[in-house]
Design a protein around this ligand. Structure first.
Ligand SMILES: [Zn+2]
Length: 203
């Protein structure tokens, strides 16, 4: 007997296929419209959970330690992300500071926490309480988590500032760099796979 988990539906043209087990590097595509049905998942659930834990730790360090210190004729001043946000707020750039907090703090943190929550249960093949809502939330949060955009901006700013100041990168900037890599690894992963590897637990 076939269950819904053995079938896969093309998101674009609604053609139904029988699910095949994919090997490393394989991608299943829709024959009718060419859309990607499924990719081989190269990190196991425990591996993903370990990555999320690492991301959470790095995230805390990134927010708590100075991003850069600027030095000018013997004086130096270091700032954390939050120091910069508060400075922008006081400098009448409230819109920018709110956007910064949302894209660099709120959305990445929710992404990490929601993913961690569903993965924690998925490791035993279970669906976390609120699984469906969490998966929908992940889908909407993902595009708003923009740490990689921030990294580019900081690099440009650092290069420009180094003409006038002695710029010393702080631990915060390295943490954000590591976080960019971790989040990119996650982005290459399809969270929809969690629907297939978990089962509803009887209440
Ligand atoms: Zn299709």
């Amino acid at each position: 007997m076939e269950t819904a988990q053995d079938l896969i539906v093309c998101e674009h043209c609604d053609t139904v296929y029988r699910r095949e087990v994919l090997t490393r590097g394989q991608v299943a595509c829709c024959v009718k419209c060419g859309a990607v049905l499924e990719r081989h998942q190269w990190i196991g659930l425990d591996g993903q959970f370990a990555l999320i834990l690492a991301a959470l730790i790095v995230f805390v360090i990134a927010n708590a330690t100075p991003i850069v210190s600027l030095g000018l004729s013997g004086m130096s001043s270091a700032t954390t992300l939050w120091g910069a946000v508060i400075a922008m707020w006081n400098d009448d750039s409230q819109v920018v500071s709110v956007l910064t907090v949302m894209t660099l703090f709120f959305f990445p943190l929710s992404q990490i926490l929601i993913f961690g929550w569903v993965l924690w249960f998925a490791r035993d093949g279970r669906r976390a309480p609120g699984f469906a809502r969490a998966m929908v939330a992940l889908h909407y949060v993902k595009p708003w988590s923009m740490i990689e955009v921030f990294m580019l901006g900081v690099l440009v700013a650092v290069v420009k500032a180094s003409t006038y100041f002695d710029v010393i990168p702080g631990a915060g900037i390295w943490s954000f760099a590591v976080l960019t890599v971790l989040i990119t690894i996650f982005a290459s992963h399809d969270p929809r796979e969690l629907w297939n590897v978990t089962r509803e637990t009887p209440a």
